[in-house]
Design a protein around this ligand. Structure first.
Ligand SMILES: [Zn+2]
Length: 398
């Protein structure tokens, strides 16, 4: 009568042992204990008690370890991904100081904080931590995440620079408004001068590496044109954007340094737009560095929209600066008919939307077309405004 009860009682704890270790341990002990019990029946009770304790302990250990596994997989997968090891990156070494709670075999530190929120673990891995005021974004360029972007700067004191450097704009009178931007100004001095001689206010985008740029820009500003910096950015293809170009592979500090160098090439501008830049303007982390800096300086950004993947509009809301967007390219087709068709498209867009922004270049065909078209604006019922006035019309920054 004692035997069947004991064996069934033994089975229960062994069978309920949830881990493999528990079961193996229990089985080993059972066979040895079986023989011992046959000789000395009182041993059975002692062995039974021991088995229960072992089984309970084994079960608890198994239960504690199990949930840890998925998090560790996620963590190590992410921390094994520093693709762009920039030596001076502040946020990489930051992974080290996090508490290496019990990490039995993997050397990766396991920040315990992450565990309670498994859904966030996937979204925002290691880089959640860094929060210096002008933080450098993550080194891994392709995985853009909100958590690694620089924080929005405090709004500049007083009137932002883009307003202070704006040229006087005609009072809005209900007519459709057009903005004419001419890119690539400064390199070809003769053609640039021809553009600057047009009736304004045009918006002229100067390449920072042009010779005698301050003198050229000041002369254009005196003629009533608004100025922006035409910042070279990484294209999608193999073209060379020029010196000090913003490239997606550069670390944030170098990006900022190059942007600042470009901004130092002359004075009196209201903001920047991108020279080339199909690849760069689609890069969220790089663009975040640029727009954060522009916002801190009170400047605006005109998106030339060389790619539909541009990150400028969404980041403009994050960094609270005016972001405008090109509607029409004037000289995609560099023929008289091509430019005329583009001007017609611009006019149509302005009548439809109330405002349209065109970008052209200092080509002879473009200059000639504008020389003929600009004097007809009054009769067409259009109003020519500088870029900054387009911001005022749309409501700043949003
Ligand atoms: Zn350009």
């Amino acid at each position: 009568m004692t035997r069947p009860r004991r064996s069934s009682a033994r089975k229960t704890p062994a069978g309920s042992g949830r881990s493999r270790t528990g079961r193996a341990l229990a089985a080993a002990r059972r066979s040895r204990a079986g023989r011992a019990v046959a000789e000395r029946p009182w041993l059975g009770l002692v062995a039974l008690g021991f088995l229960v304790v072992v089984a309970v302990l084994a079960g608890r250990m198994g239960a504690e370890q199990r949930p840890v596994e998925p998090f560790r997989v996620v963590e190590s997968a992410d921390s094994a991904k520093p693709l762009a090891p920039e030596p001076g990156q502040p946020h990489r070494p930051r992974a080290a100081p996090s508490v290496p709670k019990e990490a039995p075999e993997a050397p990766e530190p396991m920040p315990q904080v992450v565990q309670p929120a498994p859904s966030q673990t996937v979204q925002a891995p290691a880089p959640v931590a860094p929060k210096p005021p002008t933080a450098a974004p993550a080194a891994a360029p392709e995985e853009a995440q909100v958590a690694v972007l620089p924080p929005p700067p405090a709004p500049p004191d007083g009137v932002p620079l883009w307003r202070r450097n704006a040229v006087p704009a005609p009072v809005p009178d209900g007519r459709p408004r057009v903005v004419i931007v001419i890119d690539d100004m400064g390199l070809d001095r003769k053609r640039s001068a021809r553009i600057a001689a047009l009736p304004g206010p045009l918006t002229l985008a100067w390449l920072p590496y042009s010779r005698d740029l301050p003198a050229q820009a000041v002369a254009a500003r005196r003629r009533g044109h608004e100025l922006i910096v035409h910042v070279p950015m990484e294209p999608g293809g193999g073209e060379n954007p020029g010196p000090n170009a913003l490239l997606t592979r550069l670390p944030p500090e170098e990006l900022r340094r190059r942007l600042v160098a470009n901004l130092a090439s002359f004075e009196g501008y209201v903001g920047i737009n991108n020279h080339m830049g199909s690849r760069f303007t689609a890069d969220r982390e790089g663009m975040a560095v640029v727009l954060a800096e522009l916002s801190a300086r009170g400047l605006l950004f005109l998106d030339s929209r060389t790619t539909a993947e541009t990150r400028a509009p969404e980041l403009g809301r994050v960094y609270r600066l005016p972001v405008l967007s090109r509607d029409v390219f004037l000289d995609h087709t560099q023929t008289r008919d091509g430019v005329a068709a583009a001007l017609a498209k611009l006019e149509e867009a302005a009548r439809r939307d109330g405002l349209a922004i065109a970008i052209g270049h200092p080509h002879d065909v473009t200059a000639a077309a504008l020389e003929a078209w600009l004097p007809t604006l009054e009769s067409r019922g259009l109003q020519l405004i500088p870029l900054s006035a387009a911001v005022r019309q749309n409501g700043e920054g949003s």
